[in-house]
Design a protein around this ligand. Structure first.
Ligand SMILES: [Zn+2]
Length: 354
């Protein structure tokens, strides 16, 4: 059966034809020094027709796992033989990454500036360029994030699961936890949804750090979604790694007082209602050794948490997801954590990627 030919795509005024791969720099602004700043975009236009997918990282400039995930993906030879079109943007917040910062120079959060406008704030202009030059030209997108500074996330997918196709793609990504979120918050995800672009958000690891488990799970997840979209050939033998479990809801446990944090649970831990998750101690009188308990108000699985032992009253300490069946969720998380360490990097394992 003859496969339909792909169409060319225009990004930043550059026409990329079927069978070509190109780097396009999208001009954004200048630094104080008048050095030009642009968003580097890598485009692979497959020979055969298929969906158009964008992959973006570092919309928050200090969230770096995604940059490495995309490097590994682009390092593979198979990625140049896709069906459809792939647009890869390893660094969206080109300002933030220079300063190791989540934010833009005016302290705005780029992921709250969408859809933006041509005459808006710097963030609004950047959002406008990204939305119009990349997002609107796509059918699907995967946006890669990490926890904030001093915070780690267990690999998880967040998406609008009311859309059955997005739900299927979220499951295909194959990380243990899926969270339903349909926010109206000026995010890329909201703006994309308004243009019928189906988006998954991958959250894993910590800001300013590489986390190998999160990176491998991210590469594997993207490949798996591209297979689901028929952009890559499906595996002859499908290997079921884990069962992703949909969380019912999630909540944060906060510090009851300021002091030094001593956690008793870690990412992926199953916790019961009223279980003590950590102690906050008072360093000013170590004869006394007064400890304040941080207790779980509900049972669930720890999917995010603070890594710094210094806490102020009210600080968010543990992000806990609730499930219909906690045992099943905990088993899935444990299977993921146990197998992920032993798994080869999917990109360097030809058998798996072909
Ligand atoms: Zn982020």
């Amino acid at each position: 059966m003859a496969v339909a030919k792909n169409q060319s795509i225009e990004i930043g005024g550059v026409n990329i034809k079927p069978g070509e791969h190109r780097v396009v720099d999208l001009p954004v602004s200048k630094l104080y020094t008048h050095t030009d700043l642009s968003i580097p975009v890598q485009v692979i236009c497959g020979k055969s027709a298929g969906p158009t997918l964008f992959l973006s990282a570092a919309i928050h400039g200090d969230e770096l796992n995604g940059v490495e995930i995309l490097r590994r993906l682009m390092n593979s030879t198979q990625i140049k033989k896709i069906r459809g079109t792939l647009i890869v943007v390893p660094i969206v917040n080109v300002f933030g990454i220079i300063q190791h910062s989540r934010y833009l120079p005016d302290r705005r959060d780029l992921n709250r500036c969408f859809p933006g406008s041509i005459k808006g704030s710097l963030g609004g202009r950047l959002a406008h360029i990204f939305l119009n030059e990349i997002v609107k030209k796509c059918d699907y997108g995967i946006d890669l994030h990490t926890g904030a500074i001093h915070r780690s996330n267990l690999p998880q997918i967040r998406a609008n699961l009311d859309d059955p196709e997005i739900f299927e793609l979220a499951k295909a990504f194959s990380v243990p936890v899926i969270l339903n979120s349909n926010l109206r918050d000026g995010s890329l995800r909201e703006a994309a949804g308004n243009h019928n672009v189906k988006i998954l958000l991958y959250e894993a690891g910590e800001a300013l750090r590489f986390d190998e488990l999160s990176i491998r799970a991210g590469v594997r997840g993207i490949i798996s979604v591209m297979r689901k979209l028929s952009m890559l050939p499906s595996l002859k033998k499908t290997r079921k790694l884990i069962d992703p479990i949909l969380a019912r809801s999630s909540f944060w446990e906060r510090a009851p007082t300021s002091g030094i944090l001593r956690p008793l649970v870690s990412l992926g831990s199953k916790v019961d209602k009223n279980e003590v998750l950590a102690y906050v101690t008072d360093p000013s009188d170590m004869f006394d050794q007064t400890e304040y308990e941080v207790k779980a108000q509900y049972g669930g699985v720890v999917i995010g948490g603070s890594n710094i032992p210094l806490v102020n009253e009210g600080d968010a300490l543990f992000h806990i997801a609730r499930f219909e069946d906690i045992q099943e969720a905990a088993a899935s998380v444990e299977a993921f954590q146990n197998t992920a360490d032993n798994q080869p990097n999917p990109v360097f394992d030809d058998q798996e990627f072909v």
